[in-house]
Design a protein around this ligand. Structure first.
Ligand code: RTP
Ligand code: MG
Length: 141
């Protein structure tokens, strides 16, 4: 598998729980490098645009409400098979279904407040990285 980049977000619940470092540590231990990172408060417009694929879903309003409820950390992870590796480390969308030892199983409360986001395909990763970062804000090494 080739070297890849993926967009990761540490969501408001995990920031509020003070587990940013514990989550980052899991990425680093698995060989994913944090090559860009920023903490910010999402506006409704920015959060809605990010999750535009879900616009017609019944949970969209709650999703945007949750994502704008506090600061998030947006970041780019880089490494071998980074997109799938990040999704594996995250665990299932619903933490009740997530495998023990995954980020969502260990830190998430509910399907809404589920600690982290990760791109789900190379196409999403490309769009999502460009949604938050300019090329000169990414530092591969
Ligand atoms: P994410 O995009 O945040 O990484 O999560 P995901 O790929 O695992 O799940 P996705 O289907 O993309 O859904 C995005 C977020 O919407 C909320 N959701 N709620 N109530 C529901 O049935 C439901 N389904 C999804 C979750 O918070 C999910 O992370
Ligand atoms: Mg998704």
């Amino acid at each position: 598998m080739a070297n890849q980049r993926t967009l990761s977000i540490i969501k408001p619940d995990a920031v509020a729980k003070n587990v940013i470092g514990e989550i980052e540590s899991r990425f680093e231990k698995e060989g994913l490098k944090i090559v860009a990172a920023r903490m910010l408060q999402l506006s409704e417009e920015k959060a809605g645009g990010f999750y535009a694929e879900h616009k017609e879903r019944p949970f969209f309003k709650d999703l945007v409400g949750f994502m704008t409820s506090g600061p998030v950390v947006v970041q780019v992870l880089e490494g071998e098979d980074a997109i799938a590796k990040n999704r594996d480390l995250m665990g299932a969308t619903n933490p009740k279904e997530a495998v023990p030892g995954t980020i969502r199983a260990d830190f998430a409360e509910s399907i809404d407040a589920n600690a982290v986001h990760g791109s789900d395909s190379p196409e999403s990763a490309e769009r999502e990285i460009a949604y938050f970062f300019e090329a000169n804000e990414i530092f591969p090494r």
